[in-house]
Ligand binder design. Structure first.
Ligand code: EPU
Length: 343
């Protein structure tokens, strides 16, 4: 186990902002994770677990303690369509592999940056699928007891962009391996509006065609990471889509100057509003610029680093957007990324 000192974190994130990690360890095996947790504890170092850095804002002062980068690799097909995957594997490479093996279940989650270990944490979802539909168990280190443990799907407490890992048990478990049960030979899921529009009605595209379509749609929204495209130097969607009572929806509609706010069904009779729409209707058009940061030119939900931005610039724009949306619609937008080093 090699401990490095004063390591810049910006290059390890998709946003490319933030200061240094005081210490950084890359763990390639579960035992390295345990050893690092013990080391941080005995040296009283705050611990942050880093995956792909795709949903993360690091403060300009960096992280004063230990950053544990999860480098656990390996993809094993345990039985037909059941894959056990190391948390440090690149997510999109895993999706490509499942599509190659003709296993359905994660094909619409193509082109999402980050690692496998991050997917249960925020219950990654896009274009009609969520990982909660295919995850059967998550192998973790419980830092409270320092024991390894398997959590079932139910124990993960999945909901929209949420699990126990980022809510009730935040900071307790470190994800080491994730098991997904996919459907060998299963049909691709065409449920989301963008995909329905893409494929003519009545056709049944292959998993590979759906994967290609999702990547193309993501590219058009700058939600696919490609070199030298500053509209994708971001953390993807910056705000969650608010889930509200129908009376609040009516309220939003009343302030929409005649346009009809998009809505999606949510549980308990509530509706999910579109954060992208709220942002745009509150005066933050695509391409809005504020110094070195701005709103993506291709999707109003992404705050982007146009080059040389500080974390403080991102926070200032975040607050400006939250204030604007609150003033116009009375809605509080919650950010989706994880923020570290700001206390
Ligand atoms: N819209 C705008 N302006 C825009 C873009 C969208 O007004 O610039 C409105 C449109 O009315 C559109 C609606 O917002 O119909 C929804 O837009 P989109 O289909 O792009 O989806 P989204 O709600 O913005 C969500 C997820 C994405 C996921 C896509 C596709 C959240 C916060 N975002 O975005 O997930 O890829 O759906 O399924 O749930 C992520 O969470 O990081 C993420 C990328």
């Amino acid at each position: 186990m090699q401990i490095e000192e004063n390591i810049p974190l910006a290059p390890l994130t998709t946003f490319k902002v933030g200061g240094n990690a005081r210490y950084l360890v890359e763990a390639r095996a579960a035992d390295d994770v345990l050893a690092t947790v013990e080391y941080a504890r005995s040296n009283q170092l705050p611990l942050f677990v880093l995956g792909g850095g795709s949903n993360l804002v690091v403060s300009d002062t960096g992280w004063p303690g230990m950053v544990l980068k999860i480098g656990i690799r390996g993809v094993e097909e345990r039985s037909d369509g059941v894959f056990e995957v190391g948390a440090g594997e690149d997510w999109d490479s895993f999706v490509a592999l499942t599509v190659n093996r003709n296993c359905a279940g994660v094909e619409t989650l193509s082109g999402i940056p980050g690692t496998v270990g991050g997917t249960p944490v925020q219950n990654v979802g896009a274009y009609g699928q969520e990982v909660s539909e295919t995850i059967t168990s998550v192998h973790v280190l419980d830092t409270a007891t320092r024991q390894f443990k398997d959590l079932s799907n139910a124990e993960c407490g999945f909901a929209y962009r949420t699990s126990i890992f980022n809510s009730t048990e935040r900071g307790r478990y470190i994800v080491l391996r994730v098991t997904y049960a996919l459907r060998p030979g299963g049909a691709a899921k065409i449920a989301y509006a963008d995909l329905k529009k893409y494929f003519p009605e009545g056709t049944q595209p292959t998993l590979q065609q759906v994967r290609d379509a999702v990547r193309e749609i993501r590219l058009s929204k700058a939600m696919l990471i490609v070199p030298n495209d500053d509209d994708c130097r971001s953390a993807g969607s910056f705000f969650k889509n608010p889930i509200v009572d129908t009376s609040i929806y009516e309220d939003v509609a009343a302030h929409a100057n005649g346009s009809v706010p998009p809505k999606y069904p949510a549980s308990d009779g509530k509706v999910k509003l579109s954060a992208a729409w709220l942002v745009e209707q509150s005066g933050f058009a695509k391409g809005y610029t504020r110094g070195a940061v701005g709103i993506s030119r291709r999707h109003s939900l992404a705050i982007v680093n146009r080059g040389g931005a500080a974390a403080a610039d991102i926070i200032a724009l975040k607050e400006e957007v939250q204030k604007g949306v609150h003033e116009k619609f009375g809605i509080e937008l919650s950010p989706e990324p994880v923020f570290i080093g700001f206390e």
